[in-house]
Design a protein around this ligand. Structure first.
Ligand code: G6P
Length: 467
């Protein structure tokens, strides 16, 4: 489609998220776009392509936005965010107010009116972009906490369309949410949607309760009556592209790479793995401490086992993230200094984003996978690990506070705050009989296979179309 037509076209389906599905890349010295690697993008891409749809989002860079452009049959409609908005909207309300508040307030949430002004402004800009882009009677699916106000703003501009909203992170209980000075605006903004989706039953129940207390709606079952409209509040646990992880895991090059990793880490050593964004919700610090306890108590030695922690850099300009990085790096240094020998490090810490095949090889090499967030909307790493275990080997240690826990009851469930409990769980994982490990893994694989990210997107779309 010629460039000038993209901006004027009306699309039957529009996805909205803070980030566009593409990111900047360089090919032969030329700046280009490439698809972002995330699960959300691979899940929604087939839908958007089939429907002939558009994706509205931010490029990740402050300043002027590029003109709308096509990439792999998806129209990308960039929304500009300026430097002040980057601070107030993205680093402020999104990442220092809503993010910590929604994650059990494990870091204090900050409430600043000058940030909130930017949050409202940016949400309005997104809503206006969608109102312009969507075809008569079309569908708009809004994603995550960055865009809570969009559904209502958009409904006021376009009464003829269907609007869905999905929250990828936990939705907090009343005691926490009601601290928010803008609680009514957030609830009413979200209630502009026809379908509001959450990862877990707890999230949906918290929302139902709060909507009734603070925004004058009436609830019945999974529905809220908002004026003359009925809003469906549903539970849609997100998942992964199971097929992609499994088939990559079976690939000979990946198998070779995984054998090589095992060799490099020391044959005979059992590998314990953590893979997370370097975020204070993920429990990396307590987990590393627990591994140290395991060694200190003599439950395992550095000749028997090794911890590999992959930490993907994230939100690095924010102070709490810088502090977390320092404390994790200090802990790793302490443990390696105390227990290491020349040529044998107890903890391997990789602060980087791994290419997809390398990540899968890492999952394949791991005997025990540690997923121990203090609070997490779902946690896809847990599901990715399971998908790669095509031979039913491997043990998953999972936090009770991950959204994935209700589906993955066959994992070794742990309290991620309990250092001793965690050390014991790692020991249990390392010493579990292969018969028991296989039984659990088989059961979990069945669960993940039945609800892939494609099923997730389909079921949300179905609810949105029919409601
Ligand atoms: C979580 C959120 C996403 C967000 C991602 C990475 O998974 O649910 O909406 O995109 O973290 O965070 P970032 O701030 O880098 O986009």
């Amino acid at each position: 489609m010629p460039k000038e037509n993209i901006a004027d076209h009306r699309w039957p389906m529009v996805i909205m998220a803070n980030s566009l599905p593409v990111r900047r890349a360089k090919t032969k010295g030329q700046a280009t776009w490439e698809m972002s690697p995330g699960g959300l993008v691979s899940a929604l891409k087939p839908f958007v392509e089939k429907a002939g749809g558009a994706w509205i989002g931010w490029t990740g860079t402050a300043g002027r936005a590029p003109d709308p452009f096509m990439h792999e049959s998806i129209a990308n409609i960039p929304v500009p965010i300026n430097a002040a908005e980057l601070k107030g909207f993205y680093q402020g309300v999104c990442n220092r107010t809503l993010w910590p508040l929604y994650h059990d307030a494990i870091r204090p949430a900050e409430y600043h009116r000058h940030w909130w002004i930017h949050y409202v402004e940016v949400n309005r800009r997104f809503a206006e972009a969608a109102a312009k882009a969507v075809a008569p009677g079309g569908l708009v699916w809004v994603h995550d906490y960055h865009l809570h106000l969009v559904p209502r703003m958009l409904r006021e501009l376009r009464g003829d369309i269907r609007i869905g909203f999905f929250l990828h992170i936990p939705f907090p209980p009343e005691e926490l949410f009601q601290r928010l000075p803008w609680r009514r605006q957030i609830l009413e903004g979200t209630l502009g949607a026809d379908v509001v989706g959450f990862q877990t039953k707890a999230g949906a129940q918290n929302f139902m309760r709060l909507a009734q207390h603070h925004s004058g709606t009436r609830g019945r079952g999974s529905r809220l009556q908002v004026g003359d409209r009925s809003v469906h509040v549903g539970v849609f646990p997100i998942s992964i592209d199971y097929e992609r992880y499994e088939s990559t895991a079976r690939h000979p090059a990946v198998i070779n790479h995984s054998d090589q990793l095992r060799k490099n880490l020391g044959l005979g050593r059992r590998i314990v793995l953590g893979v997370d964004r370097l975020d204070y919700t993920k429990g990396i610090d307590v987990r590393v401490k627990a591994f140290g306890e395991l060694l200190s108590k003599g439950m395992q030695t550095i000749h028997d086992t090794v911890l590999v922690q992959v930490a993907v850099p994230s939100r690095e300009r924010i102070e709490e993230y810088q502090e977390l990085r320092s404390s994790v790096e200090e802990l790793v240094g302490q443990i390696n200094g105390r227990f290491g020998e020349v040529g044998i490090a107890p903890v391997h810490y990789l602060r980087r984003n791994l290419p997809f095949e390398e990540l899968v090889a890492m999952y394949r090499a791991a005997d025990v996978m540690l997923v121990t967030p203090f609070c997490d909307g779902m946690n896809l790493v847990a599901k990715e690990y399971i998908a790669t275990r095509f031979d039913n080997t491997g043990v998953l240690i999972l936090s009770e506070f991950a959204g994935a826990a209700p589906e993955l009851r066959n994992s070794v469930l742990v309290n991620p705050h309990d250092v001793d409990g965690l050390a014991e769980a790692i020991h249990r994982g390392l010493t579990m009989s292969s018969k028991n490990a296989k039984r659990s893994m088989r059961a979990m694989r069945r669960v993940i296979r039945r609800n892939t990210v494609h099923d997730w997107a389909r079921s949300f779309m179905k609810a949105l179309r029919k409601d």
